[in-house]
Design a protein around this ligand. Structure first.
Ligand SMILES: Nc1ncnc2c1ncn2[C@@H]1O[C@H](COP(=O)(O)OP(=O)(O)OP(=O)(O)O)[C@@H](O)[C@H]1O
Ligand SMILES: [Mg+2]
Length: 248
């Protein structure tokens, strides 16, 4: 299986702070890979490093076999990487349609991708003319993901899509991401271990700016000591609950 993304030992600074001190990960094409870690571990900084928003000072990042470190965020995005930042960065005053329209990379993107977007997120079609700020939290998250689907991206970096959402809404996002994985490769940052374990084939854990563990998600789910060590006591067991037993 070819790797669409290879991050090799990157070091990233924010101001004078050395935030990433050797993060490495690979993302196989056509998979969902989870990037896990406790608060402040460096997950968002890793995604921002890949996107060129916080370029690493050391290390290499290969996308489709080509180095992208040192390129601008614009150059990186136009190669086919979509970024869904934390906290649903949508334009609240703009309508759903306008939010999607300004995500076009080329004229006609939205017309081409509308069917896929509305199939994944029917609510966005219903509320097409409504300002983004009037959508529910879950619908805003759907809009944030949909924006990254407007250009035909090969790789999506999705940062904590479940944050602050009710379990039933999270189920809808899980279903959409699963469907979406047929169209694009996903690197998913999640604090919600149950969600991550339902979606991802493989995982990486970052802790204190370093990659500390990686492997098959099915193995991590069984490894309570590892989960407790790097993800916190609250995580242990969270991924082991069958989906249907917690929706009551
Ligand atoms: N603008 C900044 N200035 C200084 N330090 C920062 C800044 N942004 C992030 N950091 C620090 O970098 C580290 C990694 O932050 P990052 O946002 O990547 O973590 P995270 O794993 O995404 O956490 P969370 O789960 O809370 O989103 C943290 O210790 C954080 O305090
Ligand atoms: Mg973060």
């Amino acid at each position: 299986m070819t790797n669409i993304l290879e991050v090799n030992a990157i070091h990233t600074f924010i101001g004078q702070f050395h935030i990433l001190e050797g993060v490495s990960l690979t993302v196989p094409q056509g998979s969902i890979t989870a990037l896990l870690g406790r608060n402040g571990a460096g997950k968002t900084t890793t995604l921002r490093s890949i996107m060129g928003l916080n370029p690493p000072r050391e290390g290499t990042i290969l996308y489709a076999g080509e180095p992208i470190q040192g390129k601008t965020a614009y150059q990186i995005a136009t190669r086919g990487i979509g970024y869904v930042p934390e906290y649903r960065a949508i334009f609240r005053a703009l309508t759903v349609e306008e939010n999607l329209r300004i995500a076009e990379r080329s004229k006609g993107d939205l017309a081409k991708r509308g069917d896929l977007i509305f199939e994944l997120f029917p609510d966005l079609k219903r509320f097409y003319r409504l300002p983004g700020g009037q959508l529910s939290g879950g619908q805003q998250q759907m809009l944030a993901i949909a924006r990254a689907l407007v250009p035909e991206n090969q790789l999506l970096l999705v940062d904590e899509p479940s944050e602050g959402l009710a379990p039933i809404i999270i189920e809808a996002i899980v279903a959409a991401l699963r469907q979406l994985a047929a169209h694009a490769t996903v690197l998913l940052v999640e604090q919600n271990f149950r969600m991550a374990s339902q979606l991802a084939d493989r995982y990486y854990i970052v802790d204190d700016g370093q990659t500390v563990s990686s492997g098959q998600m099915a193995d991590l789910v069984k490894d309570r000591p590892l989960i407790a060590k790097y993800l916190g006591a609250g995580y242990a067991g969270a991924g082991l609950v069958p989906a249907q037993s917690t929706t009551a």
